[in-house]
Design a protein around this ligand. Structure first.
Ligand SMILES: Cc1ncc(COP(=O)(O)O)c(C=O)c1O
Length: 435
């Protein structure tokens, strides 16, 4: 049984299928996937594996291999699920959020010297593309409570060369988007939402990722939901561009138009000012299947995370040395990807560096993962002066070095949450006692 035809090799029913050029899975490969995803050891496990193998061999005798392994029905299904969930019609499943960002940056026709405003605190992926092509990164200072980009500082840093603003919904807590969009519209600037942590977050009744001109979500293995380790959904609100998103994902291929003696055509993608050339960010059917399954569970996952955050807050509230995760309100609904905990150094008797070390010693993981990007060697190597930039981002310096840490939340038992809360409270007591 051959695979069904691919859109590229759309040659109809054949005696010798085009799929004869490729390989598919066999039973042994599938067994390795089962063993990878369901690891174990011991005689009971070995026995179960033997039984599964026998069943898969039976299946092999009566089944048909998938017609496609890349970019087909499962990818489309995941995109439909994402569209329904977000209330958009532009979801495009790409290799990761960073690839989704690239589509937006390329649409903006970003060139060396063009300015892009990013928050001072985020993950390096936010700025990877502009940095790589020699665009100029301008770091916006952050809000002291949410540690998200501060729109007031963005306003100060806009120049005639600013082409993009990139709000990052850190930890899944929505950026204050209204003033950002207002600034952008007034100054003809594109907005790319880094929604890596924010699939399902809401801002004033709208899903995050449907407000800016572009957005990308991450389904990397450490996010709230994953598509087997890697993946991203890119979205756009730019009128007319959604029809180009799929071609922007896959080398600009246009199978509706064929050139002479060929099966397809390839065309540049229309950008804001001029066309650009697409590369390849395609995803697999297995990833598509994984994403659909997890999108269906996303609301429940957010709810569990929210409950864990609320419980931690109930344990920590009232301690004047601590500022707990903001749980949101009718307008702001976070995804609780991370629990943002801040300390008040003046009351805690020390800064967050001492606090983090003590928590670590008590076995509580806390995550110094998101910090001032201008401190990386790569930014210095690309000609940025960290100390000069730091002077323009005083809140970032203060909160990163003195005040905040992120805690993991998900799948913890009540005992683990209590252990974490006890460790936090004990740590504060120790610091206050000068221990
Ligand atoms: C804030 C932020 N932006 C972007 C990314 C990149 O996402 P991906 O790994 O899907 O490219 C991450 C991933 O960890 C992130 O934390």
């Amino acid at each position: 049984m051959g695979r069904t035809t691919d859109f590229r090799y759309n040659t109809g029913a054949t005696k010798v299928p085009w799929a004869a050029v490729g390989e598919n899975y066999n039973v042994n490969d599938l067994m390795e996937i089962v063993k990878f995803l369901m690891q174990g050891e011991g005689p009971e496990y070995e026995e179960a594996i033997k039984n599964v193998k026998a069943q898969i061999e039976k299946l092999d005798a009566v089944s048909t291999p998938p017609g496609k392994l890349s970019l087909a029905y499962q990818v489309e299904k995941a995109e439909t699920a994402s569209n329904e969930y977000l209330g958009t019609d532009s979801s495009t499943f790409v290799t990761n959020a960073t690839a989704g960002f690239e589509i937006a940056y390329k649409y903006a026709n970003l060139k060396p010297g063009d300015e892009v405003i990013v928050p001072a605190i985020t993950f390096v992926a936010t700025m990877a593309y502009p940095l790589s092509i020699g665009a100029k990164l301008v770091f916006a200072d952050v809000d002291p409570v949410t540690i998200n980009m501060d729109p007031k500082d963005v306003a100060k840093k806009i120049t005639p060369k600013t082409k993009m603003i990139v709000p990052v919904h850190i930890g899944g807590y929505p950026v204050d988007m209204d003033p950002i969009m207002e600034l952008a519209r007034k100054n003809n600037i594109l907005v790319l939402e880094d929604a890596a942590h924010a699939f399902g977050a809401m801002y004033k009744g709208k899903k995050i990722g449907t407000i800016g001109d572009f957005a990308a979500f991450s389904f990397h293995e450490v996010k709230n939901i994953t598509s087997f380790g890697e993946g991203g959904i890119a979205t756009t609100t730019v009128p007319g561009f959604k029809d180009h998103m799929k071609r922007a994902r896959f080398v600009g291929m246009d199978s509706e138009h064929k050139i002479k003696d060929w099966l397809y055509d390839v065309a540049a993608i229309p950008g804001k000012e001029e066309p650009f050339v697409a590369v390849n960010y395609s995803t697999t059917e297995i990833q598509g299947l994984g994403l659909s399954l997890q999108i269906a569970r996303n609301e429940q996952i957010i709810e569990e995370r929210r409950n864990a955050a609320a419980y931690l807050n109930s344990r920590l509230a009232g301690n004047p040395a601590l500022v707990c995760q903001d749980l949101g309100n009718d307008d702001i609904k976070p995804t609780f990807h991370l629990y943002l905990l801040q300390i008040v150094p003046e009351i805690a008797g020390g800064d967050v560096q001492v606090f983090k070390k003590k928590l670590q010693d008590k076995g509580v993981t806390n995550i110094p993962h998101f910090g001032p990007l201008y401190r990386f060697r790569v930014t210095e190597q690309m000609g940025y002066n960290a100390d000069e930039i730091a002077k323009t981002c005083p809140v970032c310096e203060e909160v990163f070095y003195k005040r905040f840490t992120h805690l993991p939340l998900y799948g913890l038992t009540k005992e683990q949450l209590d252990y974490m809360a006890d460790a936090i409270l004990e740590t504060i007591e120790e610091m206050q006692a000068g221990k």
